[in-house]
Design a protein around this ligand. Structure first.
Ligand code: SF4
Length: 357
């Protein structure tokens, strides 16, 4: 029996005894070197229930002047042979006072002319992303918007006192596209009242909007937030780590299949963040664990009711293939892939040998 090349829709047609060749399901997209410029809570109309930007970003900066000095210093030192994409994060960039917005954009543009800036992106809230404003920013050199959608579930948005509904998020996505900008979405599974089923619907909606990238930030109880008070009063229980990984892995696979890159899972592990986490699903290898389980689900779906005789995999995936502390050894063995049946080789694709019995 010869090779069988996996194409969209033919997953279940691989005959027994064949070798199935396939690429890693994660879309391969260029990853720019991002210079994050944090503007904690700048432009935000209020403080969202779950948000502790100073702890999340590890940035003590309190003034826009300081953030601008940081940007200027970094770009002065940047070199054209290693250009940076400027990312304005940690607040609501589109709602900054106009003079500040213009100043940040003008600085990025000036250094772009020197060849050291490859692009500019910003994060913002859906209800501060009107089409006219985005067109203006696009004309000033903005390339991409990262929208903090968090969830499309109306009930959860209400409970989180987010201040807008799902319509605002859908309109903002359209506005980003109409302005000719790239689109990334941030989702926050596990907010009060948010179930894994709600999250699965969020992921379907996100995939339908076809962003280039999604970030998944499971909800944590951070010190000093409204969520801390709710949690201390017994009104909120965060998702467990196990529930989070089980919900995120199929979500990641769904997004990969839709051609959407998943560029972050969990918050970056800043020392300030670790000190601020009171409860919730954290793990230093959360992203690796979720991606490893997503790949396992992919292989299991390819096999269906068949068993594998062996797998040849790219050496590049060997580090995370078995999951944290080999937690996926037993699930892979259940597919027929005991340790000695998986070989990591100098190759780009996978070859899955299907048993003929
Ligand atoms: S979640 Fe976003 S909009 Fe809300 S306070 Fe934090 S940075 Fe501002």
């Amino acid at each position: 029996m010869g090779d069988f090349f996996l194409q969209e829709g033919n997953q279940n047609k691989c005959p027994r005894g064949a070798s199935l060749r396939f690429a890693h399901p994660a879309p391969s997209k260029a990853r720019p070197r991002i210079l994050p410029v944090f503007l904690p809570l700048a432009g935000c109309p209020g403080r969202c229930l779950f948000c502790a930007q100073h702890a999340q970003t590890g940035v003590k900066t309190t003034s826009l002047e300081q953030s601008h000095d940081f940007l200027e210093r970094c770009l002065e030192a940047a070199r054209p042979d290693a250009p940076l994409e400027v990312g304005f994060y940690g607040g609501t960039f589109t709602a900054l006072p106009r003079a500040w917005r213009d100043r940040f954009m003008a600085t990025a543009s000036r250094h772009r002319e020197r060849g050291v800036v490859s692009g500019v992106r910003c994060s913002t809230r859906p209800d501060r992303a009107q089409a006219g404003l985005l067109r203006e920013l696009a004309a000033q050199g903005l390339d991409r918007v990262e929208l903090g959608v968090q969830t499309f579930c109306e009930r959860v948005l209400r409970l989180a006192e987010r201040g807008h509904g799902a319509d605002a998020s859908l309109e903002a996505c359209l506005a980003v596209r109409e302005a000719g900008l790239g689109l990334s979405l941030h989702l926050l599974p596990g907010l009060p009242g948010h179930t894994p089923e709600d999250f699965a619907r969020d992921v379907e909606q996100a995939a339908a909007l076809a962003p280039e990238a999604v970030r998944l930030h499971p909800c944590l109880v951070l010190a000093g937030t409204g969520l801390e008070q709710l949690w201390r009063s017994g009104g909120y229980e965060p998702w467990s780590l196990e529930r989070t990984i089980k919900a995120l892995a199929p979500a990641v696979l769904r997004l990969w299949r839709a051609g959407v890159a998943v560029t972050r899972i969990g918050l970056a592990h800043e020392p300030d963040l670790e000190a601020a986490v009171l409860a919730g699903p954290t793990h230093p290898a959360l992203g690796m664990r979720v991606r490893a389980l997503a790949l396992h689900l992919f292989v299991a779906e390819l096999l269906g009711d068949r068993r594998a005789a062996g797998l040849r995999a790219p050496a590049a995936v060997s580090g995370g293939f078995w999951g944290h502390a080999r937690e996926l050894a037993a699930p892979y063995a259940a597919l027929g892939l005991e340790r000695d049946r998986v070989r990591f080789e100098d190759r780009d694709d996978f070859q899955l040998d299907v048993r003929d019995d």
